[in-house]
Design a binder for this molecule. Structure first.
Ligand code: SIN
Length: 292
């Protein structure tokens, strides 16, 4: 196992790294992602990704082809199973909420596609159009959530496996997703029950060596070997615990903001507080990786 990475232990030479909060997240300055080719600078960006889990880049004029290139620095692209991608860029899809709509995409705490056997290690999200205010994304550090548990609870959760399913969100389960949101084409919801996996409730990040909680109301059905009813009290406790304010940060978007987050040690929640305004984002997931 790798030695745990300590935040800020080694200074950055080519980029500026300004933490967003005490818990996680950093704004990165001094880079133009579209023209950035220098491997040494990319190595610093990737180090910041491991240290801060959520990276925000401002004022980046990024086209879909650029997004593919930038995303591939974090991992190979991975398909999202339930939303049709952009023409010519099938790995990228647009998240759109129209002024007339009330439902948003991603408006509940989750780690992306954790119902897959090999969920994406990261998600890259680029803001094209943003509301004048609102539409922020909240993030929480599931490292800090794990670290804050008592030794007794760490022992219990460390022995648990979670049963994950896309059915909860896409198949009419407890966090049911609508069949379409604005211009987004949601498909294959009838197959959601077939999309599932079992993962450890505590996973170890392969790059930092740190342990993180890995469960959500959106994707985790129950603990393996236990009924839903038996699992619920502890699941409810952990799900509420892992989003305590001191574990979180908040990203405010404007057109040209790109954020990349680490699904292995964070969860996020798109705040739905901008009814009457349009929000349009481009989203790419990267690096399929089995949680261990
Ligand atoms: C998502 O959950 O992938 C969407 C996040 C957002 O739109 O802020």
């Amino acid at each position: 196992m790798n030695k745990p990475v300590e935040k800020g232990a080694v200074a950055y030479q080519s980029i500026s790294v300004s933490p967003l909060a005490g818990a996680l997240g950093a704004e990165i300055g001094g880079v133009n992602l579209v023209t950035l080719e220098d491997d040494a600078v990319w190595a610093e960006v990737l180090r910041a990704f491991v240290e801060h889990s959520v990276l925000v880049f401002r004022d980046q004029p990024i086209e879909p082809a650029d997004l593919m290139r930038i995303g591939s620095r974090f991992g190979p692209p991975s398909y999202y199973p339930f939303v049709t991608g952009m023409k010519d860029f099938p790995y990228i899809f647009e998240i759109v909420k129209e002024p007339s709509e009330k439902v948003n995409f991603g408006g509940a705490w989750h780690s992306d596609s954790s119902y897959l056997v090999e969920p994406p290690l990261g998600t890259v999200l680029y803001a094209v159009e943003t509301p004048s205010h609102g539409g922020d994304t909240l993030f929480t550090s599931t490292y800090l959530a794990y670290d804050a548990l008592s030794e007794g609870m760490k022992k219990i959760v460390g022995s648990l496996t979670g049963v994950f399913s896309a059915e909860l969100k896409y198949g009419g389960g407890r966090t049911k997703m609508h069949q379409s949101i604005g211009a987004m084409k949601i498909h294959d919801t009838d197959k959601a029950a077939e999309v599932g996996a079992e993962h450890p409730i505590v996973r170890t990040h392969p790059d930092s060596g740190r342990k993180a909680l890995y469960l959500s109301r959106s994707h985790t059905v129950h603990f393996e070997g236990m009924t839903e009813e038996e699992s619920r009290p502890l699941m409810d406790y952990l799900i509420a615990h892992q989003v305590r304010p001191e574990f979180t940060c908040r990203v405010r978007w404007s057109p040209g903001t790109l954020t990349v987050w680490d699904n292995r040690c964070t969860q996020h929640n798109a705040v739905n507080d901008y009814h009457g305004q349009r929000r349009r984002m481009r989203r790419l997931t990267v690096g399929s990786q089995r949680p261990v």
